[in-house]
Design a protein around this ligand. Structure first.
Ligand SMILES: *Cc1c(COP(=O)(O)O)cnc(C)c1O
Length: 383
């Protein structure tokens, strides 16, 4: 009998729901002093002291020079496109959360979807070049599941065709390659601190920018375009992070290293236990990079007796809420599916992966018994 089955026998009654993720929260009493400071100062937003402190601490933690905080990742994406004055067509991936492409539509930009690499699930640089037209102004790749894109190939294409490069790095908090933070690549890189992400501030986001001048433009854009009390220089938006979220972010930084460490342990437990399950393939992480284990994607292959959706519902029956990220593809949603680049025959790899993918629960609070329970269901269904 396998190790997991033995434990399952002991824990048959534990049917507490397990969700794909659970937000990390620090001890509540540690947050109270921050709240007291906010109450005393009555500074609630508009770049107050916690905002300034968090921006600095975040830049130091991530190893990047310039960070502009936002109230969420989607507004950060929308503003990043504004900051670089992107228009026309932007090449992007259909295999992502819908906000990636929505940020283009909110700017009146036409998304051009290009297929993904079957190993990394990221935009395939080999196919990006073929999708460039005279209207193309930028590429917006996603470091999907926190696995780095082929950043060198992307930069080469951007340089050759004079395109801007904006990374949706919503999954890539803390991810590093040999040269440092993955967020240093491209013209801009956009983070999300939504409750479901590796690092959360309840809601929140940021743009990582290469220089102080770009950061200043972004800071104006996220504050209605004000540069002083009486001067408005751009039709900006309100994308500011509040003092409450910024204070919370400072506290969260104290816990992020141990959270990432625990995620890594969980990922290796899954990997080890699922290795013997025929037809289940754990997605490879990138080599030569420090991962953040933000998701644990598996592929349900033909050799597995159930289809992906059958396994998904089987897990649900047992109160385990795995998620089919990213199914449906963005290109299949009604506001995108009429585009020429959305036609399924243009995106065979993305369609294939979307039909086989399943993201298993992973978060620091997931304990060993719960992992055994999940693996047992997957193993059990294959017998
Ligand atoms: C979560 C996410 C976003 C949006 O971030 P919010 O902070 O929820 O607005 C954008 N892109 C990707 C890939 C995401 O996963």
């Amino acid at each position: 009998m396998s190790k997991s089955s033995a434990v399952f026998a002991i824990n048959t009654k534990d049917m507490r729901p397990i969700y794909v993720t659970q937000p990390h929260l620090p001890p509540l009493d540690e947050f109270v002093p921050y709240l007291e400071k906010i109450w005393n100062s009555r500074v609630l937003t508009n770049g107050g002291p916690f905002h300034q402190r968090f921006e600095k601490a975040l830049g130091e933690y991530l190893g990047v020079d310039h960070v502009a905080l936002f109230s969420n990742g989607t507004l950060a994406l929308v503003t990043a496109l504004q900051a670089l004055r992107i228009t026309g067509e932007v090449i992007t991936t259909p295999y992502s959360f819908v906000a990636t492409a929505h940020s283009l539509l909110w700017n009146g930009i036409k998304p051009v979807f290009v297929d993904i690499d079957p190993r990394t699930f990221n935009l395939d640089p080999g196919q990006v070049e073929a999708a460039i037209t005279p209207q193309t102004t930028a590429i917006m790749p996603v470091h999907c599941y926190g696995n780095p894109c082929d950043v060198e190939a992307m930069q080469r294409i951007a340089d050759n065709y004079n395109l801007k490069l904006i990374y949706d790095s919503a999954h890539a908090f803390g991810v590093r390659d040999a040269g440092g933070s993955i967020l240093r690549h491209g013209d801009l890189s956009v983070l999300s601190f939504h409750a479901t992400k590796v690092f959360n501030t309840f809601e929140g986001g940021a743009i990582v920018c290469p220089d102080a001048k770009t950061k200043q433009r972004i800071d104006h854009l996220k504050n209605f375009g004000f540069i002083d009390e009486v001067t408005v220089v751009a039709p900006g938006i309100n994308g500011k992070m509040s003092e409450l979220n910024a204070a919370f972010g400072i506290l969260q930084l104290d816990y992020i290293d141990q959270a990432l460490e625990r995620r890594k342990e969980i990922a290796s437990m899954y990997r080890e236990m699922l290795a013997s399950v025929k037809g289940i393939r754990c997605a490879e992480g990138a080599r030569d990079s420090v991962a953040n284990y933000s998701y644990f994607p598996i592929l349900v292959e033909d050799a597995y007796p159930l289809k992906r959706d059958e396994l998904y519902y089987e897990l649900r029956e047992c109160n385990v809420y795995a998620r089919r990220y990213f199914y449906p593809l963005i290109s299949d949603f009604p506001m995108y599916r009429g585009l020429p680049s959305s036609q399924p025959d243009r995106l065979p790899v993305a369609h294939d992966i979307a039909s086989r993918i399943l993201c298993l629960p992973i978060y620091p609070g997931l304990d060993a018994d719960q992992i055994y329970r999940i693996v047992d269901i997957i193993e059990g269904a294959s017998r």
